[in-house]
Design a protein around this ligand. Structure first.
Ligand SMILES: Cc1cc2nc3c(=O)[nH]c(=O)nc-3n(C[C@H](O)[C@H](O)[C@H](O)COP(=O)(O)OP(=O)(O)OC[C@H]3O[C@@H](n4cnc5c(N)ncnc54)[C@H](O)[C@@H]3O)c2cc1C
Length: 305
């Protein structure tokens, strides 16, 4: 029997939306992890709400994922309902405001803003993942953090209600947003206040340059989650790890990159998330022993850990 939920006069067939036992390693940028017991890709507000109400009615935990580029998914998978935002991609411009749904890739969002003559986001070029994931963790690079440019965030709570948060830049700090560590708010849309640029070609060049620098540093050469640890105040996690002579150590297929000491890579394509987790713990312990500093993981641990 199809499960029908009536929303704004529309019938949504949840059975068509729900995908059981979806393998997630195919989406993960480090290519590890198990299956989602149940997954769905909502395309709009009504579908998202219907899914959340279904989860609430059936006592299912809800996990939200965008580009999977900052999340280590347990090999044992994810219980409950996993909502993947990849189909929430609409965007529009209102004057100097760029409004974008959370599932659009950040890199594409930057391109779209530039095409519309709006600059500000380009120094974030080449960061993998979605707009929603970037807001959750206040992604940043080259002296710019996404929270600096936000005007509002629309999010849905687990009861299906939509809310608007007006953003003040001091709500965000290094790799931290008002959404970090909360699991009951699904970022739906964000509004960025950008600059109408008279030098679009210069802004475009800046974006291309920062992306090229990432390529030159080998960021995309191997499957990874980017930086594993946040930088402690006043120093760089990668430098501390390098000084501990840990480059190249491995657990199974998970290896600490020789090129970027804060990246764990899936060196042979056969690493498990448990390998990555064990290696992360090993690095943490070594740095505590040699430097007396406990590095804080920047990545999220998702699922049955
Ligand atoms: C090669 C490489 C380079 C990187 N370089 C950088 C860098 O320079 N700077 C930087 O900051 N990061 C960097 N990262 C890390 C990562 O790309 C960013 O953190 C990115 O913003 C994560 O977005 P995502 O959509 O992949 O998030 P996911 O991994 O899908 O999710 C991350 C967290 O956000 C939550 N989340 C995702 N979408 C939503 C939503 N719509 N609503 C609520 N919660 C949500 C998830 O539940 C999870 O807790 C890099 C990663 C890689 C692989």
């Amino acid at each position: 029997m199809p499960i029908n939920v009536r929303n704004s006069g529309e019938k949504i067939n949840l059975e068509e939306l729900l995908v059981p036992n979806l393998s997630l390693s195919q989406f993960s940028t480090i290519h590890t992890g198990g299956k989602a017991d149940l997954a769905a890709y909502p395309t709009d507000f009504e579908e998202l709400r219907a899914l959340l109400l279904h989860a609430q009615t059936n006592g299912l935990d809800v996990t939200i994922l965008g580009g999977f580029s900052n999340s280590l998914i347990s090999d044992e998978g994810i219980a409950g309902l996993t909502i993947i935002t990849a189909h929430l991609t609409r965007k529009h411009i209102q004057g100097e405001m760029f409004c974008v749904r959370s599932g659009l890739s950040l890199d594409r969002a930057i391109d779209f803003a530039l095409e519309a003559g709006l600059s500000g986001l380009e120094m974030l070029g080449g960061i993998p993942g979605s707009v929603g994931g970037a807001i959750y963790g206040n992604a940043g690079a080259n002296g710019v953090q996404i929270g600096d440019l936000l005007y509002y965030v629309d999010y849905m709570t687990l009861d299906g209600k939509m809310h608007r948060m007006q953003i003040h830049s001091d709500d965000f700090s290094y790799r931290h947003s008002p959404f970090s560590e909360t699991h009951d708010k699904i970022i739906y849309e964000a509004g960025f206040r950008l600059d109408p640029t008279v030098h679009t070609s210069e802004a475009r060049k800046n974006k291309d340059d920062v992306k090229q620098k990432r390529k030159d540093k080998g960021h995309y050469e191997n499957p990874s989650l980017g930086s594993i640890f946040a930088n402690p105040p006043g120093t760089h996690a990668g430098q501390l790890i390098e000084e501990c002579n840990l480059a190249g150590i491995n657990v199974g297929g998970a290896m600490l990159s020789n090129r970027h000491c804060n990246f764990i890579i899936n060196s042979n394509g056969k690493a498990s998330s448990s390998d990555v987790h064990s290696l992360l713990k090993q690095i943490q312990a070594e740095v505590v022993q040699q430097k007396g500093i406990l590095l804080r993981p920047e990545i999220q641990f998702i699922g049955r850990w």
